[in-house]
Design a protein around this ligand. Structure first.
Ligand SMILES: *Cc1c(COP(=O)(O)O)cnc(C)c1O
Length: 467
């Protein structure tokens, strides 16, 4: 019950009670649509705002109209599709790789029914969840065994912990990287219970540095792919084959964190080369890589490599803690199956399709769409087309960019004075507020919409129509 003190200011004394509002005709119809408890909550919130002076009191209809808006806004899912026109194809903050339809269908199928996740249909005995993808991964990479965990950071943590807990892990000083702020190789080592043994210098590490560091305390040698930086100039890293031979001779397992790790030779598609998992497995015993970077699949981390080492890793209690859900296996299996048909891969795997689009094709799309976009932005922004560079993203090929084309939205000055930067931020905000938000990037007081990643043109134009 709302109690209004008699000495309260007159405006507060006029605030209607929750009961009155619920009994109001508008209240009844809102309750029918959103449920009585949700409406009661919205009314309480609104009344609290009125009492705090943050909303005008108004009459019952006004209060209920505000409640209706709040309830409608609340109904909008928090996680929803957006148009990623930032120019970064694998954008971590925007969910990285887009999955093919076949993967989405596979996920849906296992979501609503029981599955044979850990059940061997041939024998009726308990099965291993990794069985659903292990053979495919081995076939596509030449690995002897494979394990799937929550993401690549988890894969690295698991490998370190299972193979080198309380032991030393020998790493070149040139590879002690930080990826995306929260993944730092030295920190992961500590969490995995390993002691970091740094060798060499930032720019040069030699085979003898590894040889001298190896001893009874050594658990593992590790290589890390420099995902988001490059050391150039007077640099050296040991020859990979020589390092592998040294590790074998001294009985030290060698792990390589590939980060992105491609299953195919990207150079064959005209893209900058990136180490493949197969090539990494020829110079390391265990390789870790992401499922949602260049592989183009779902968030997960894959450990691939020598059977005896993976058997040790599989036994780690951490594996249980880092395991993935049936939805992940379903999506990953569907994506890996696409790799069995290399001829069709470019058409069917969205990541590869988007990465390999030619500038001319994207520029033609931009010119074609520009008039329709200008029409929808009339009075708000001028629209032009310009050449730009897209990035692969997610730490793949850090220095390489892909020639692309963008729509340039230049906000038009309004009556009220506002800086060009302010106008630009406001337009960006409006684009983010669309039913399917459009995310571009701001450059020189204009918004660039890189069209490399735009496939649903009609959806894009429909979304803009609401602006
Ligand atoms: C991206 C990356 C990781 C982390 O992978 P996630 O799948 O994001 O957990 C680890 N190591 C390297 C070298 C990377 O590039």
């Amino acid at each position: 019950m709302t109690q209004v003190r008699l000495d309260a200011p007159p405006a507060l004394r006029r605030i209607p009670s929750v009961e009155r509002l619920l009994a109001h005709a508008m209240g009844l119809s809102l309750a029918a649509e959103y449920g009585r408890s949700a409406l009661t909550g919205a009314i309480r919130d609104d009344l609290a705002r009125i009492r705090a002076g943050d909303a005008p009191a108004g009459d019952e209809a006004e209060i209920l109209a505000r409640c209706g808006e709040a309830l409608a806004a609340d109904r909008q899912p928090s996680l929803r599709p957006v148009f990623n026109l930032t120019g970064t194809v694998l954008h971590t903050n925007l969910g990285r790789a887009l999955l093919p339809r076949s993967a989405a269908r596979a996920v849906e199928a296992v979501m609503v029914q029981a599955t044979n996740l850990e059940f061997d249909l041939a024998t009726g005995n308990r099965g291993e969840r990794d069985d659903h993808v292990e053979r495919l991964i081995c076939r596509l990479t030449g690995a002897e065994a494979a394990i799937v965990v929550n993401n690549n950071a988890a894969a690295v943590l698991l490998v370190l912990n299972a193979l080198a807990m309380r032991k030393e892990v020998v790493v070149s000083r040139g590879e002690l990287v930080e990826i995306g702020g929260s993944f730092r190789v030295p920190d992961v080592m500590v969490r995995a219970g390993c002691r970091l043994r740094e060798v060499g210098t930032t720019n040069r590490t030699h085979l003898r540095d590894f040889a001298e560091a190896f001893g009874p305390a050594t658990g593992l040698a590790m290589k890390v792919h420099p995902s988001n930086y490059a050391i150039t100039g007077f640099t050296a890293q040991p020859d990979p084959d020589a390092l592998h031979a040294l590790c074998r001779e001294r009985g030290v397992p060698l792990a390589e964190d590939l980060g992105s790790g491609s299953l195919i030779d990207l150079a064959a598609y005209g893209l900058p080369p990136e180490p493949t998992v197969t090539s990494a497995l020829s110079r390391a015993d265990v390789v870790t890589f992401s499922g949602d970077k260049l592989l183009g699949g779902v968030q997960c981390g894959i450990v691939a490599g020598r059977k005896d080492l993976l058997a040790r890793i599989r036994k780690s209690p951490l594996k249980r803690a880092l395991r993935v859900d049936k939805m992940t296996y379903a999506a990953l299996e569907a994506v890996l199956r696409l790799y069995l048909h290399p001829e069709r891969l470019r058409d069917e795997l969205p990541t590869l399709r988007l990465l390999t689009r030619e500038r001319a094709d994207i520029a033609a799309q931009a010119s074609r769409l520009a008039p329709a976009v200008a029409e929808r932005l009339k009075g708000r922004a001028e629209v032009s087309v310009m050449d730009t560079m897209s990035q692969i993203g997610s730490g793949a090929l850090p220095i390489e960019t892909l020639p692309s084309a963008a729509l340039v939205l230049t906000p038009i000055a309004e009556g009220r004075s506002r800086s060009a930067g302010g106008r630009c931020r406001r337009l960006a905000e409006s684009l983010r507020g669309l039913p399917t938000p459009i995310i571009g990037r701001i450059k020189d007081d204009a918004i660039l919409l890189d069209l490399r990643t735009l496939e649903d043109e009609q959806g894009f134009l429909d979304s803009l129509s609401v602006l």
